[in-house]
Design a binder for this molecule. Structure first.
Ligand code: ARG
Length: 571
């Protein structure tokens, strides 16, 4: 149990002696504050809220409460105005926290809230034959981190790449390929080539409207299972996916399912029939819709007048499929903020169908990636290929390594870990709904709030352990005053906070909690390292301090892992 919980329980017990039974340890825990300066104690409990129940002034309550609080790890208690200030026995708290971390290892901060239940997470989901956009990058890194966070809470994440692999654009692409395509070119650079065919289709269609008709015809053929159409579609999909896989491999992200939109082709009739049966379908201009007037939302379009099904219909079928396949505890969709209405409509339609579980579905929106204040998009033919961003980052890191540590073993792999880590961290340190400004400088510096900074700090701590001949052990015996500096205490309080940070990240589907936390921990550690002697001390003190360092290594590495970053031991 963390020391804050221990203290909260003491206060809660003291309060019930005073006749206040309404404040459990959990509530008290949430009321605890940190005094503005360490001379006033390590923890403060404000008494304002109790004034009404006890019909006494807060300072009186504090004065009466203070003497009732005692026991490990509390060293001293003072009433100061309306506050009860608590001084901890920092040595025993430090030993407790470090011991807990060293024996738990990577499992520190894990909880079994999910009891192994599945949580499908819809993430990444790029569109076939189109470039992988910055939005898809954001979805990939945010979704992957959230999957790790849910796992930390005892859920079993199911990473689903809901590929955009169906729709009228494939009819156009088939027409363009049959007219102007070149097999070798598509094989060599699938995304680039398919995109330029698509662009050319639109250019030529401006003068030759019959192309649009042909595009519709070929999409119809595709939907009817025409062999040539299907063959081309399958080939475009395979080639595109191969190219996307390069990005996923670089980023070390993998999926449990790549069922895209096409997977639901034969699963939509059933949904439409269910809607029909429940009397939810209405006709509107020849199309079939579910009205959502009662929620002040526009109707959800289920079937176009020509019978074609839509994005929303596929998502309805996908939701049913996921519920039946995974019996999920929650289902998450990590998709840009611009699709907010789409998901609200989806949930409402499911609710109208009587599915209680729709309440467990969450859209996890995120903002845009901006460059010089403008959206980084894939304009006509002009592509910011994500793969280029990643390889550029890796190249830049390689240069730094060549300069600073040319003798490093496995340079290539470390450069990949740090370069890709920089791109991921640049995203995840920000709250997901905020727009992000893409900046090489900000992303890649080894100082400041970056991935490379945290990774570098981790590597420094590892090297300290190597130099000190640290032998891993969970037994913590701390000689008096080994960890009595304010720098050590700052590290200990942060280490102790990690499980709560995981909780906040999980409750808010918010990886930035962990991003900010690892920066704080890295900074606190670097201060400790700069101000406290470690290797030059006699053995007992040295070993105690190395144990704190080992705890920092454990938590930094686990924090980085959750975010999707590797933690090289040397760089
Ligand atoms: N492919 C879509 C896009 O790029 C995202 C799909 C998101 N997932 C979903 N189940 N609708 O906009």
């Amino acid at each position: 149990m963390s020391y804050k919980h221990q203290v909260a329980e003491m206060i809660s017990a003291a309060l019930s002696k005073q006749g206040v039974d309404t404040l459990g340890a959990e509530q008290v825990r949430n009321m605890l504050e940190t005094p503005p300066n360490p001379a006033m104690g390590d923890i403060a409990f404000p008494c304002f809220q109790l004034a009404k129940a006890l019909r006494k002034a807060p300072p009186v309550i504090a004065a009466e409460l203070a003497p009732l609080i005692s026991g490990t790890p509390v060293r001293e208690v003072q009433a100061a105005g309306p506050y009860v200030n608590i001084f901890l026995d920092q040595q025993s708290v430090a030993a407790e926290v470090v011991g807990t971390i060293l024996s738990a290892g990577a499992a520190y901060g894990s909880r079994d809230i999910g009891k192994g239940r599945k949580v499908p997470i819809d993430l990444s989901s790029p569109n076939i034959a189109k470039p992988f956009s910055m939005g898809h990058l954001r979805s990939t890194v945010i979704g992957n981190a959230i999957a790790n966070i849910m796992e930390k809470h005892g859920y079993q994440p199911v990473r689903i790449n809901h590929l955009g692999d169906w729709g009228t654009q494939f009819g156009k692409l088939i027409v363009a390929y049959r007219l102007w395509g070149d097999e070798a070119k598509v094989k060599a650079e699938p995304i680039k080539e398919l995109l330029s065919l698509y662009v050319r289709f639109h250019e030529e269609a401006e003068n030759d409207p019959s192309l649009e008709d042909q595009g519709r015809e070929w999409f119809k053929k595709l939907e009817d299972g025409d062999a040539e159409a299907l063959h081309l579609w399958q080939w475009f999909r395979d080639e595109s996916l191969k190219e996307f896989m390069k990005i996923y491999d670089l980023m070390n992200v993998s999926f449990d399912s790549t069922h895209g939109e096409a997977f639901y082709n034969d699963k939509m009739d059933r949904v439409v029939a269910m809607l029909e049966e429940k009397g939810l379908l209405t006709e509107s201009d020849g199309a079939m819709v579910v009205t959502l007037d009662e929620y002040d939302m526009p109707p959800s379009l289920i079937k176009k007048s020509d019978g074609a099904t839509l994005y929303a219909t596929r998502d309805l079928a996908a939701a049913l499929y996921r519920h039946e396949t995974y019996d999920f505890a929650k289902a998450l969709y990590v998709v840009g903020n611009e699709q907010r209405l789409h998901f609200q409509q989806l949930y409402k339609v499911l609710e109208k169908m009587g599915f209680e579980w729709a309440k467990e579905m969450h859209h996890i929106p995120f903002g845009m990636m901006l460059k010089d204040g403008k959206k980084m998009s894939t304009r006509k033919g002009k592509v910011v290929l994500l793969e280029e961003v990643l390889s550029q980052a890796i190249e830049d890191v390689k240069k730094v390594i060549e300069e600073k540590n040319p003798g490093l073993a496995n340079k290539e792999e470390v450069a990949r870990q740090v370069g890709v880590g920089a791109v991921i961290f640049h995203d995840l340190k920000n709250y997901r709904l905020n727009d992000i400004n893409f900046s090489w400088e900000e992303m890649l510096t080894f100082e400041g709030e970056t991935g490379p900074y945290v990774q570098y700090t981790h590597a420094r701590a590892c090297s300290l352990l190597r130099k000190g001949g640290y032998v891993p052990s969970a037994a913590v015996s701390l000689p008096q005053d080994a960890l009595d500096s304010k720098e050590a205490w700052a590290v200990v309080t942060l280490l102790n906070a990690f499980p709560e940070v995981i909780d906040r990240a999980a409750n808010g589907f918010d990886p930035s909690q962990i991003g900010k936390y690892v920066i704080d921990l890295a900074q606190a550690f670097n201060k400790f390292y700069a101000n406290v002697r470690i290797l030059a001390e006699e053995d007992a003190v040295k070993n105690a301090r190395l144990q704190l360092v080992a705890a920092v290594v454990t938590v930094l590495k686990e924090g980085l892992r959750i975010l999707g970053l590797a933690a090289p031991e040397e760089m």
